[in-house]
Design a protein around this ligand. Sequence first.
Ligand SMILES: Cc1cc2nc3c(=O)[nH]c(=O)nc-3n(C[C@H](O)[C@H](O)[C@H](O)COP(=O)(O)OP(=O)(O)OC[C@H]3O[C@@H](n4cnc5c(N)ncnc54)[C@H](O)[C@@H]3O)c2cc1C
Length: 338
Amino acid sequence: MNKFSWYEAKSVEEALQQVNSTVSEQLYEHSDNASVFKSGGIDVFDWVKEGLLKPQKIINIRNIPGLDKIGYDPKNGLSIGSNVTLAEIASNPEIKTNYLALHQAVNHAATPQLRNMSTLGGNIAQRNRCWYFRSADHDCFRKGGDRCFARHSETGENENHAIIDNGSCVSVHASSISTALMAFNASVVIVNSEGEKKEVRMDDFFVTAGEDIAMENVLKAKEIITEIIIPAPSKNTKSAYIKQVARESYDWSLGDVAVVLEVSGDTCRSASIVLGAAAPVPYRSIEAQQAIAKKTINSENAMAAAEAAMSKARPLAKNGYKVPLFIATIKQAILEIS
Ligand SMILES: Cc1cc2nc3c(=O)[nH]c(=O)nc-3n(C[C@H](O)[C@H](O)[C@H](O)COP(=O)(O)OP(=O)(O)OC[C@H]3O[C@@H](n4cnc5c(N)ncnc54)[C@H](O)[C@@H]3O)c2cc1C
Protein backbone atom coordinates (compact mmCIF):
# COMPACT_ATOMS: atom_id res chain seq x y z
CA MET A 1 0.00 0.00 0.00
CA ASN A 2 1.34 3.46 -0.87
CA LYS A 3 1.48 6.38 1.53
CA PHE A 4 -1.34 8.86 1.23
CA SER A 5 -2.58 11.92 3.07
CA TRP A 6 -6.03 11.98 4.67
CA TYR A 7 -8.39 14.93 4.52
CA GLU A 8 -11.44 15.02 6.80
CA ALA A 9 -14.00 17.08 4.85
CA LYS A 10 -16.55 19.05 6.86
CA SER A 11 -18.62 20.25 3.92
CA VAL A 12 -19.23 19.38 0.27
CA GLU A 13 -17.53 22.62 -0.82
CA GLU A 14 -14.44 21.83 1.26
CA ALA A 15 -14.23 18.29 -0.11
CA LEU A 16 -14.44 19.55 -3.69
CA GLN A 17 -11.70 22.14 -3.05
CA GLN A 18 -9.39 19.31 -1.99
CA VAL A 19 -9.57 17.46 -5.30
CA ASN A 20 -6.15 17.52 -6.98
CA SER A 21 -6.03 19.20 -10.33
CA THR A 22 -4.07 16.17 -11.56
CA VAL A 23 -6.80 13.72 -10.69
CA SER A 24 -7.39 11.39 -13.60
CA GLU A 25 -11.03 10.84 -12.82
CA GLN A 26 -11.81 7.14 -12.71
CA LEU A 27 -8.77 5.75 -14.53
CA TYR A 28 -7.58 3.92 -11.44
CA GLU A 29 -4.59 2.30 -13.08
CA HIS A 30 -3.10 5.67 -13.92
CA SER A 31 -4.15 7.54 -10.82
CA ASP A 32 -0.93 7.65 -8.80
CA ASN A 33 -1.19 11.39 -8.34
CA ALA A 34 -4.89 11.46 -7.83
CA SER A 35 -7.13 12.15 -4.88
CA VAL A 36 -10.17 10.00 -4.24
CA PHE A 37 -13.36 10.48 -2.26
CA LYS A 38 -13.99 7.87 0.41
CA SER A 39 -17.43 7.29 1.85
CA GLY A 40 -18.01 3.86 3.45
CA GLY A 41 -14.59 2.92 2.10
CA ILE A 42 -15.51 -0.67 1.19
CA ASP A 43 -14.62 -0.32 -2.47
CA VAL A 44 -11.97 2.39 -2.18
CA PHE A 45 -9.88 0.37 0.28
CA ASP A 46 -10.25 -2.81 -1.78
CA TRP A 47 -8.58 -0.93 -4.62
CA VAL A 48 -5.87 0.56 -2.42
CA LYS A 49 -5.07 -2.79 -0.75
CA GLU A 50 -4.84 -4.53 -4.13
CA GLY A 51 -2.37 -1.86 -5.28
CA LEU A 52 -4.68 -0.93 -8.14
CA LEU A 53 -5.34 2.52 -6.75
CA LYS A 54 -2.44 4.58 -5.42
CA PRO A 55 -3.99 7.83 -4.32
CA GLN A 56 -1.92 10.74 -3.11
CA LYS A 57 -4.82 11.91 -0.97
CA ILE A 58 -7.98 10.32 0.42
CA ILE A 59 -10.77 12.81 1.03
CA ASN A 60 -13.13 11.41 3.66
CA ILE A 61 -16.65 12.63 2.87
CA ARG A 62 -18.32 10.14 5.23
CA ASN A 63 -18.76 12.64 8.09
CA ILE A 64 -20.05 15.64 6.15
CA PRO A 65 -23.13 16.85 8.06
CA GLY A 66 -26.47 16.74 6.27
CA LEU A 67 -25.75 13.91 3.82
CA ASP A 68 -27.11 11.23 6.16
CA LYS A 69 -30.84 11.99 6.09
CA ILE A 70 -33.81 10.11 4.70
CA GLY A 71 -36.89 12.20 3.91
CA TYR A 72 -40.26 11.06 2.60
CA ASP A 73 -43.53 12.76 1.92
CA PRO A 74 -46.40 11.34 -0.13
CA LYS A 75 -46.42 14.33 -2.50
CA ASN A 76 -42.72 14.87 -3.25
CA GLY A 77 -41.47 11.34 -2.74
CA LEU A 78 -38.25 10.08 -1.24
CA SER A 79 -34.85 11.67 -0.69
CA ILE A 80 -31.92 9.57 0.53
CA GLY A 81 -28.69 11.39 1.42
CA SER A 82 -25.58 9.95 -0.23
CA ASN A 83 -24.07 9.00 3.15
CA VAL A 84 -27.11 7.05 4.34
CA THR A 85 -26.01 3.47 4.94
CA LEU A 86 -27.63 0.46 3.33
CA ALA A 87 -28.60 -0.75 6.83
CA GLU A 88 -30.47 2.52 7.47
CA ILE A 89 -32.36 2.16 4.18
CA ALA A 90 -33.21 -1.47 4.95
CA SER A 91 -34.73 -0.54 8.31
CA ASN A 92 -36.72 2.50 7.14
CA PRO A 93 -40.46 1.70 7.41
CA GLU A 94 -41.57 4.30 4.82
CA ILE A 95 -39.24 2.83 2.22
CA LYS A 96 -40.55 -0.66 2.94
CA THR A 97 -44.17 0.52 2.62
CA ASN A 98 -43.82 2.75 -0.44
CA TYR A 99 -40.80 1.36 -2.32
CA LEU A 100 -40.87 -2.36 -1.55
CA ALA A 101 -38.53 -3.38 -4.39
CA LEU A 102 -35.87 -0.97 -3.10
CA HIS A 103 -36.23 -2.36 0.42
CA GLN A 104 -35.86 -5.89 -0.96
CA ALA A 105 -32.83 -4.95 -3.12
CA VAL A 106 -31.00 -3.34 -0.20
CA ASN A 107 -31.78 -6.27 2.09
CA HIS A 108 -30.25 -8.68 -0.44
CA ALA A 109 -27.08 -6.64 -1.03
CA ALA A 110 -23.81 -7.72 0.60
CA THR A 111 -23.81 -8.75 4.29
CA PRO A 112 -25.20 -7.13 7.47
CA GLN A 113 -21.68 -5.94 8.39
CA LEU A 114 -21.10 -4.46 4.94
CA ARG A 115 -24.55 -2.84 4.92
CA ASN A 116 -23.61 -1.07 8.17
CA MET A 117 -20.56 0.47 6.46
CA SER A 118 -21.71 0.98 2.86
CA THR A 119 -23.34 4.21 1.79
CA LEU A 120 -25.83 4.66 -1.02
CA GLY A 121 -23.59 7.18 -2.83
CA GLY A 122 -20.63 4.79 -2.69
CA ASN A 123 -22.82 1.90 -3.77
CA ILE A 124 -23.97 3.46 -7.01
CA ALA A 125 -20.46 4.86 -7.74
CA GLN A 126 -18.56 1.60 -7.03
CA ARG A 127 -16.62 -0.03 -9.87
CA ASN A 128 -17.49 -3.35 -11.50
CA ARG A 129 -16.33 -6.67 -10.04
CA CYS A 130 -14.94 -8.33 -13.18
CA TRP A 131 -12.02 -10.42 -11.89
CA TYR A 132 -9.81 -9.32 -14.79
CA PHE A 133 -10.55 -5.62 -14.14
CA ARG A 134 -9.72 -6.19 -10.46
CA SER A 135 -6.48 -8.06 -11.19
CA ALA A 136 -3.19 -6.18 -11.33
CA ASP A 137 -1.98 -8.85 -13.79
CA HIS A 138 -4.61 -8.10 -16.44
CA ASP A 139 -4.39 -4.89 -18.39
CA CYS A 140 -7.90 -4.89 -19.81
CA PHE A 141 -9.61 -2.32 -22.05
CA ARG A 142 -11.03 -0.45 -19.07
CA LYS A 143 -7.54 0.06 -17.62
CA GLY A 144 -6.02 1.25 -20.88
CA GLY A 145 -5.07 -2.23 -22.17
CA ASP A 146 -5.81 -3.72 -25.57
CA ARG A 147 -8.33 -6.48 -24.83
CA CYS A 148 -11.22 -7.83 -22.81
CA PHE A 149 -9.93 -11.04 -21.23
CA ALA A 150 -13.38 -12.18 -20.17
CA ARG A 151 -14.78 -12.00 -23.67
CA HIS A 152 -12.39 -14.61 -25.15
CA SER A 153 -14.41 -17.62 -26.34
CA GLU A 154 -11.91 -20.24 -25.09
CA THR A 155 -9.90 -18.74 -22.24
CA GLY A 156 -12.36 -16.14 -20.93
CA GLU A 157 -13.89 -16.87 -17.51
CA ASN A 158 -17.16 -15.15 -18.25
CA GLU A 159 -19.83 -17.03 -16.31
CA ASN A 160 -20.83 -13.95 -14.28
CA HIS A 161 -20.63 -11.52 -17.17
CA ALA A 162 -23.01 -9.65 -19.47
CA ILE A 163 -25.41 -11.26 -21.93
CA ILE A 164 -26.77 -7.99 -23.35
CA ASP A 165 -24.75 -5.11 -24.88
CA ASN A 166 -21.57 -7.11 -24.26
CA GLY A 167 -19.24 -5.36 -26.70
CA SER A 168 -15.78 -4.10 -25.80
CA CYS A 169 -16.26 -4.74 -22.04
CA VAL A 170 -18.46 -7.59 -20.80
CA SER A 171 -18.41 -6.78 -17.07
CA VAL A 172 -21.69 -6.18 -15.24
CA HIS A 173 -22.34 -3.28 -12.89
CA ALA A 174 -21.79 -4.21 -9.23
CA SER A 175 -24.66 -2.21 -7.73
CA SER A 176 -27.72 -4.45 -7.50
CA ILE A 177 -29.43 -1.62 -5.60
CA SER A 178 -29.30 0.49 -8.75
CA THR A 179 -31.58 -2.04 -10.44
CA ALA A 180 -34.38 -1.07 -8.05
CA LEU A 181 -33.49 2.65 -8.02
CA MET A 182 -33.73 2.79 -11.80
CA ALA A 183 -37.04 0.91 -11.82
CA PHE A 184 -38.46 3.59 -9.48
CA ASN A 185 -37.20 6.33 -11.87
CA ALA A 186 -34.73 7.67 -9.30
CA SER A 187 -32.41 10.60 -10.01
CA VAL A 188 -28.95 11.34 -8.66
CA VAL A 189 -28.31 14.84 -7.29
CA ILE A 190 -24.75 15.96 -8.06
CA VAL A 191 -22.94 19.11 -6.88
CA ASN A 192 -19.80 20.47 -8.55
CA SER A 193 -16.97 22.72 -7.35
CA GLU A 194 -18.79 25.82 -8.63
CA GLY A 195 -21.61 24.98 -6.25
CA GLU A 196 -23.90 24.07 -9.14
CA LYS A 197 -26.44 21.33 -8.54
CA LYS A 198 -27.87 19.01 -11.19
CA GLU A 199 -30.25 16.06 -11.20
CA VAL A 200 -29.30 13.13 -13.41
CA ARG A 201 -31.84 10.38 -14.01
CA MET A 202 -30.50 6.93 -13.11
CA ASP A 203 -31.20 5.99 -16.75
CA ASP A 204 -28.56 8.59 -17.75
CA PHE A 205 -26.16 8.19 -14.79
CA PHE A 206 -24.39 5.06 -16.00
CA VAL A 207 -21.98 5.14 -18.93
CA THR A 208 -21.62 2.20 -21.30
CA ALA A 209 -18.20 0.97 -22.41
CA GLY A 210 -19.10 2.07 -25.94
CA GLU A 211 -19.61 5.63 -24.73
CA ASP A 212 -16.41 5.81 -22.64
CA ILE A 213 -14.37 2.72 -21.78
CA ALA A 214 -12.73 4.36 -18.72
CA MET A 215 -15.96 5.43 -17.04
CA GLU A 216 -18.91 3.61 -15.53
CA ASN A 217 -20.91 6.72 -14.65
CA VAL A 218 -21.10 10.40 -15.55
CA LEU A 219 -19.42 11.67 -12.35
CA LYS A 220 -16.50 14.01 -12.97
CA ALA A 221 -13.53 14.40 -10.61
CA LYS A 222 -14.85 17.57 -9.04
CA GLU A 223 -18.38 16.33 -8.44
CA ILE A 224 -20.05 14.78 -5.40
CA ILE A 225 -23.34 12.93 -5.14
CA THR A 226 -25.36 14.56 -2.35
CA GLU A 227 -28.64 12.65 -2.55
CA ILE A 228 -30.74 10.21 -4.53
CA ILE A 229 -34.35 11.22 -5.08
CA ILE A 230 -37.31 9.08 -6.12
CA PRO A 231 -40.70 10.41 -7.20
CA ALA A 232 -43.74 9.56 -5.10
CA PRO A 233 -45.37 6.40 -6.38
CA SER A 234 -49.04 6.56 -7.34
CA LYS A 235 -51.50 4.82 -5.03
CA ASN A 236 -51.75 1.92 -7.48
CA THR A 237 -48.03 1.23 -7.76
CA LYS A 238 -46.74 -2.19 -6.74
CA SER A 239 -43.21 -3.51 -6.94
CA ALA A 240 -41.03 -6.58 -6.51
CA TYR A 241 -37.31 -7.33 -6.62
CA ILE A 242 -35.59 -10.71 -6.95
CA LYS A 243 -31.85 -11.41 -6.95
CA GLN A 244 -30.31 -14.74 -8.00
CA VAL A 245 -26.98 -15.70 -6.41
CA ALA A 246 -24.69 -18.73 -6.42
CA ARG A 247 -24.52 -18.85 -2.59
CA GLU A 248 -27.53 -18.04 -0.44
CA SER A 249 -25.67 -16.44 2.50
CA TYR A 250 -24.33 -13.43 0.58
CA ASP A 251 -23.08 -13.02 -2.90
CA TRP A 252 -22.91 -10.75 -5.90
CA SER A 253 -25.83 -10.92 -8.28
CA LEU A 254 -25.87 -13.43 -11.12
CA GLY A 255 -29.05 -11.79 -12.32
CA ASP A 256 -31.49 -9.50 -10.53
CA VAL A 257 -34.78 -7.98 -11.57
CA ALA A 258 -36.84 -5.03 -10.31
CA VAL A 259 -40.43 -4.67 -11.50
CA VAL A 260 -42.54 -1.59 -10.71
CA LEU A 261 -46.08 -1.76 -12.09
CA GLU A 262 -48.96 0.68 -11.97
CA VAL A 263 -51.99 -1.58 -11.72
CA SER A 264 -55.71 -1.32 -12.03
CA GLY A 265 -57.32 -4.46 -10.66
CA ASP A 266 -55.43 -7.30 -12.32
CA THR A 267 -54.38 -5.17 -15.29
CA CYS A 268 -50.96 -3.57 -15.68
CA ARG A 269 -51.40 0.06 -16.72
CA SER A 270 -47.70 0.85 -17.05
CA ALA A 271 -44.48 -1.02 -16.30
CA SER A 272 -40.92 -0.24 -15.33
CA ILE A 273 -38.68 -3.31 -15.57
CA VAL A 274 -34.92 -3.20 -14.96
CA LEU A 275 -32.37 -6.03 -15.05
CA GLY A 276 -29.13 -6.11 -13.05
CA ALA A 277 -26.05 -8.19 -13.96
CA ALA A 278 -27.43 -8.60 -17.50
CA ALA A 279 -25.46 -5.81 -19.18
CA PRO A 280 -22.46 -3.60 -18.29
CA VAL A 281 -24.90 -1.06 -16.77
CA PRO A 282 -28.31 -1.63 -15.16
CA TYR A 283 -30.57 -2.46 -18.11
CA ARG A 284 -34.08 -1.11 -18.59
CA SER A 285 -35.96 -3.66 -20.70
CA ILE A 286 -38.24 -1.63 -22.97
CA GLU A 287 -39.29 -4.92 -24.63
CA ALA A 288 -40.54 -6.41 -21.35
CA GLN A 289 -42.26 -3.16 -20.34
CA GLN A 290 -44.13 -3.00 -23.67
CA ALA A 291 -45.06 -6.68 -23.52
CA ILE A 292 -46.80 -6.44 -20.13
CA ALA A 293 -48.26 -2.90 -20.33
CA LYS A 294 -52.07 -2.81 -20.72
CA LYS A 295 -52.27 -6.58 -20.22
CA THR A 296 -53.76 -8.77 -17.53
CA ILE A 297 -51.09 -9.83 -15.07
CA ASN A 298 -51.11 -13.60 -15.46
CA SER A 299 -48.65 -16.39 -16.08
CA GLU A 300 -48.92 -16.29 -19.86
CA ASN A 301 -48.37 -12.52 -20.16
CA ALA A 302 -45.60 -12.53 -17.54
CA MET A 303 -43.83 -15.23 -19.56
CA ALA A 304 -44.24 -13.23 -22.77
CA ALA A 305 -42.68 -10.18 -21.09
CA ALA A 306 -39.81 -12.26 -19.71
CA GLU A 307 -39.08 -13.77 -23.12
CA ALA A 308 -39.28 -10.33 -24.76
CA ALA A 309 -36.66 -9.09 -22.27
CA MET A 310 -34.25 -11.74 -23.48
CA SER A 311 -34.78 -11.08 -27.21
CA LYS A 312 -31.51 -9.09 -27.33
CA ALA A 313 -29.47 -11.55 -25.25
CA ARG A 314 -26.22 -12.74 -26.84
CA PRO A 315 -24.59 -14.96 -24.19
CA LEU A 316 -20.85 -15.57 -24.04
CA ALA A 317 -19.26 -19.05 -23.96
CA LYS A 318 -19.97 -19.71 -20.26
CA ASN A 319 -23.02 -17.66 -19.34
CA GLY A 320 -25.80 -19.09 -21.50
CA TYR A 321 -27.51 -20.18 -18.26
CA LYS A 322 -28.40 -16.53 -17.59
CA VAL A 323 -31.06 -16.50 -20.34
CA PRO A 324 -33.40 -19.06 -18.69
CA LEU A 325 -32.44 -17.62 -15.27
CA PHE A 326 -33.65 -14.15 -16.29
CA ILE A 327 -36.78 -15.55 -17.97
CA ALA A 328 -37.79 -17.38 -14.79
CA THR A 329 -36.87 -14.43 -12.54
CA ILE A 330 -38.67 -11.74 -14.55
CA LYS A 331 -41.79 -13.92 -14.76
CA GLN A 332 -41.70 -14.60 -11.03
CA ALA A 333 -41.18 -10.92 -10.16
CA ILE A 334 -44.18 -9.87 -12.29
CA LEU A 335 -46.37 -12.58 -10.79
CA GLU A 336 -45.38 -11.59 -7.24
CA ILE A 337 -47.24 -8.34 -7.93
CA SER A 338 -50.49 -9.97 -9.07
C1 LIG B 1 -18.30 -9.05 -0.36
C2 LIG B 1 -19.12 -7.89 -0.89
C3 LIG B 1 -20.38 -8.13 -1.36
C4 LIG B 1 -21.15 -7.08 -1.87
N1 LIG B 1 -22.38 -7.35 -2.39
C5 LIG B 1 -23.11 -6.35 -2.96
C6 LIG B 1 -24.37 -6.62 -3.56
O1 LIG B 1 -24.85 -7.75 -3.58
N2 LIG B 1 -25.04 -5.58 -4.12
C7 LIG B 1 -24.55 -4.31 -4.11
O2 LIG B 1 -25.22 -3.41 -4.64
N3 LIG B 1 -23.37 -4.03 -3.54
C8 LIG B 1 -22.64 -5.00 -2.97
N4 LIG B 1 -21.42 -4.71 -2.39
C9 LIG B 1 -20.96 -3.30 -2.41
C10 LIG B 1 -20.95 -2.64 -1.04
O3 LIG B 1 -22.17 -2.86 -0.38
C11 LIG B 1 -20.70 -1.10 -1.10
O4 LIG B 1 -21.88 -0.43 -1.46
C12 LIG B 1 -19.69 -0.65 -2.08
O5 LIG B 1 -18.58 -1.51 -2.03
C13 LIG B 1 -19.24 0.81 -1.89
O6 LIG B 1 -19.87 1.56 -0.88
P1 LIG B 1 -19.02 2.53 0.05
O7 LIG B 1 -19.95 3.47 0.73
O8 LIG B 1 -18.11 1.74 0.91
O9 LIG B 1 -18.21 3.36 -1.06
P2 LIG B 1 -16.66 3.78 -1.10
O10 LIG B 1 -15.80 2.57 -1.17
O11 LIG B 1 -16.36 4.80 -0.09
O12 LIG B 1 -16.68 4.52 -2.53
C14 LIG B 1 -16.91 3.80 -3.74
C15 LIG B 1 -16.69 4.75 -4.92
O13 LIG B 1 -17.67 5.77 -4.90
C16 LIG B 1 -17.08 7.07 -4.81
N5 LIG B 1 -17.97 7.82 -3.94
C17 LIG B 1 -18.44 7.45 -2.71
N6 LIG B 1 -19.34 8.34 -2.26
C18 LIG B 1 -19.44 9.30 -3.22
C19 LIG B 1 -20.20 10.50 -3.34
N7 LIG B 1 -21.07 10.90 -2.38
N8 LIG B 1 -20.05 11.26 -4.46
C20 LIG B 1 -19.19 10.87 -5.42
N9 LIG B 1 -18.45 9.74 -5.39
C21 LIG B 1 -18.57 8.97 -4.29
C22 LIG B 1 -15.69 6.83 -4.24
O14 LIG B 1 -14.78 7.83 -4.63
C23 LIG B 1 -15.36 5.49 -4.89
O15 LIG B 1 -14.93 5.67 -6.21
C24 LIG B 1 -20.64 -5.74 -1.86
C25 LIG B 1 -19.35 -5.50 -1.37
C26 LIG B 1 -18.59 -6.56 -0.90
C27 LIG B 1 -17.19 -6.26 -0.42
